[in-house]
Design a protein around this ligand. Sequence first.
Ligand SMILES: N[C@@H](CCC(=O)N[C@@H](CS)C(=O)NCC(=O)O)C(=O)O
Length: 175
Amino acid sequence: MRARLALRFAGIEVSVQEIELRNRPPELYAVSPKATVPVLVLDDGTVIDESFDIVKWCLPISDEEQSLIADCDGDFKHHLDRYKYATRYPGANELEHRSQGSVFLLRLNTLLENKAYLFDGKSGVAELCLAPFVRQFRIADIDWFDQQPWPGLHDWLQRFLASEAFVAIMVKVKS
Ligand SMILES: N[C@@H](CCC(=O)N[C@@H](CS)C(=O)NCC(=O)O)C(=O)O
């Protein structure tokens, strides 16, 4: 999602090849042996196979944004995975991880207290990097998430989900 959003925001046209993770094609291993998605292959053959590296290749990012995104990809993502997929992590306490992950969400809500977007008053790179993960956290238990006292965050997420860019990148590409 991040990579597609960043490419779209930067106005860079790509040809998209969907991958079935259960049945990864040899072409994927040939360009990136770790075979995770997304992978961006440039016209000169350069391979960028980390979503955040793709974002950085597409768009300028301030130190402030970079630091918030790093916290999202580190601590918050750790708790999100263990909350959402607790059964895949033996010994993980789902509710404990929900509560730990909420610390980051509260921080976002505070940043959004008097403004519509995280930085600079306009939707930017922080939105497209963070919102897909906040959406995942919400999906794990929508009723619970919507009941939390995070009005700024709820409003920010709903605006992201309704945005033209998000709706456009969620369309499944025919293979
Ligand atoms: N750090 C990577 C993570 C990418 C990732 O985990 N992608 C998932 C699909 S959204 C995947 O390819 N999973 C298969 C696997 O990890 O083998 C990035 O953001 O580019």
